[in-house]
Ligand binder design. Structure first.
Ligand SMILES: [Fe+2]
Length: 194
């Protein structure tokens, strides 16, 4: 773990996304299909998750020494951590037999951007990965693609925002609210070479 005393890099500026969902009627006289493909690139790294054989010790270190807070847990499997008001989680751990890197997650401007990115990866011959879906814990829309090193890249949008009044809870839920279940390789933690 390397700690740097630096000013956080601001997220890339993106336009407001206007919706006509629920009671909202924000987008009048604009054809969304002509807008949706305009900006699909990541705006920031949102979070990453590690495999660990010691989730409780890792949680103790990152909360008591580095000041992160537990956001929520999926019972005996995943611990999500936050850094105060903002994204529901910016870091976390998945219980496993040995250490490893599970995924890095990049925020894109919209659910369209997630699906368009997935289409682009498929069209270039990449593994289809997992998605589109909406997560349970954190509620973000997601699509995952395998990266070249046996881990995953996640593209996300619409993650829950929390404040200091958020209360962490222990949940017994699948990782997705809707969408296809994850592939069997999703929680695979490859042994390090040698
Ligand atoms: Fe994620």
């Amino acid at each position: 773990m390397q700690l740097l005393d630096e000013t956080p890099t601001p997220a890339r500026q993106v336009a407001e996304v206007l919706t006509n969902m629920g009671a909202s009627r924000q987008r009048i006289g604009v054809a969304q299909w002509q807008q949706a493909t305009g900006d699909v690139m990541p705006r920031r790294l949102g979070h990453s998750l590690l495999f660990t054989p010691q989730p409780q010790q890792m949680t103790d270190f990152y909360t008591t020494v580095l000041g992160l807070r537990v956001s929520d847990r999926i019972h005996d499997l995943v611990t999500f951590l936050n850094a105060g008001p903002g994204d529901h989680h910016i870091f976390g751990f998945i219980a496993s037999s040995h250490p490893g890197f599970h995924h890095a997650s990049f925020e894109v401007p919209s659910i369209d951007a997630i699906a368009l990115g997935a289409d682009r990866m498929r069209s270039r011959g990449r593994d289809a990965g997992w998605g589109l879906g909406r997560h349970t814990i954190g509620s973000n829309f997601f699509h995952y693609n395998p990266d070249p090193w046996g881990s995953w890249i996640e593209w996300f949008s619409d993650i829950d925002q929390i404040d200091d009044s958020w209360v962490a809870r222990d949940w017994d839920v699948p990782p997705h609210l809707w969408g296809a279940p994850p592939p069997v390789t999703f929680l695979r933690n490859l042994e390090p070479p040698g």
